[in-house]
Design a binder for this molecule. Structure first.
Ligand code: MLT
Ligand code: MN
Ligand code: ZN
Length: 303
């Protein structure tokens, strides 16, 4: 299995267009202490030829261009066989609309996340220009199912509801467990597994089940502290109210991650305010000391 991080940042990316926080300013100045990051998306493959994207970020075009194995191999072609959506937040699904050039797409997600994207969305019609342009594959939240590939079934996926929230633009919807999922992807050839949970509000039985025996775990690294945004005077909502389990502090996710048996534990979906973006911050050092890594664009893992 090859896992390639196309984008490692939370919504807005870093730097974020309207943000003048210390981190964003330092990136713009090219201080070298932290790197620019695009919005979260990861590509995964079993055979190096057929790829699946985990989430479709608003920066999908540049992300595909950034990585040669995702380039077309013929006049009209894409090695991307399918896209998995872990929730309906715009940083995870807006990129679907950018893939509208009359190419068949296969999207794997829950019924709730699908309807959150399609309901009342006139822009979605651009992905319905011809029959079979976009095929939705329902993830049933119980057991494993194959991710379809042209030739052989190399990857199977297990999806489970994990604590999260409805997207901001659907706040008038009643929340539902299937609004936010984590997934475990298993390579049937090597037996290796990747757990991918970029948005986790808190610990749960499902979070433990997905991560317990995975070889590599990607986990919600949005915020270091509960009051990261309010302490900077940016909004009033803390990390937990935004359904992102902070990494640091006495009840942070770091202890949970440290105890996992995975060979790699990697934080992803990092908000631009997060001190973990700084290569040499005390927070980054404390994470590193405990064997937990911080994702960056272009990070690649071969299992
Ligand atoms: C989140 O991760 O909480 C959302 O992406 C926030 C947003 O939609 O801006
Ligand atoms: Mn997000
Ligand atoms: Zn910023």
């Amino acid at each position: 299995m090859i896992i390639r991080v196309l984008g490692s940042a939370a919504g807005g990316g870093s730097p974020q267009w309207n943000c003048g926080c210390d981190n964003c300013v330092k990136i713009r100045r090219g201080s070298g202490q932290l790197r620019p990051r695009t919005q979260e998306s990861v590509a995964v493959t079993s055979d190096g030829a057929s790829w699946f994207l985990l989430n479709a970020s608003p920066e999908i075009r540049a992300q595909i261009e950034s990585y040669e194995p995702l380039h077309p191999r013929a006049l009209r072609d894409s090695p991307i066989q399918g896209i998995v959506l872990t929730n309906g937040d715009l940083d995870h699904c807006l990129g679907l609309l950018s893939l509208r050039e009359s190419h068949p797409l296969h999207v794997y997600t829950t019924d709730r996340i699908r309807s959150g994207f399609t309901a009342g969305n006139v822009l979605y019609r651009t992905l319905e220009r011809f029959p079979g342009q976009l095929t939705w594959h329902d993830l049933d939240l119980e057991g494993e199912q194959p991710l379809l590939e042209r030739d052989s079934p190399g990857l199977v996926i297990e999806a489970r509801a994990v604590p999260g929230k409805v997207p901001l633009h659907l706040q008038d919807w009643q929340s539902h467990p299937a609004d936010n999922i984590g997934v475990r992807i298993r390579d049937t050839k090597s037996g290796k597994t990747l757990a991918y949970l970029p948005a986790v509000g808190e610990a749960s039985e499902q979070v433990r089940a997905l991560t317990a025996s995975a070889d590599v775990v990607f986990f919600d690294g949005t915020f270091w502290s509960t009051d990261e945004l309010p302490s900077l005077g940016i909004g009033e909502r803390g990390a937990r109210e935004m359904a992102h389990w902070p990494v640091g502090g006495p009840t942070g996710s770091l202890s949970f991650l440290t105890e996992l048996g995975a060979s790699r534990r990697i934080l992803i979906h990092l908000n631009n305010t997060n001190p973990l973006l700084l290569d040499d911050s005390p927070e980054t050092q404390s994470v590193r000391q405990r064997g937990v890594e911080v994702a960056y664009d272009g990070m690649e893992i071969r299992l």
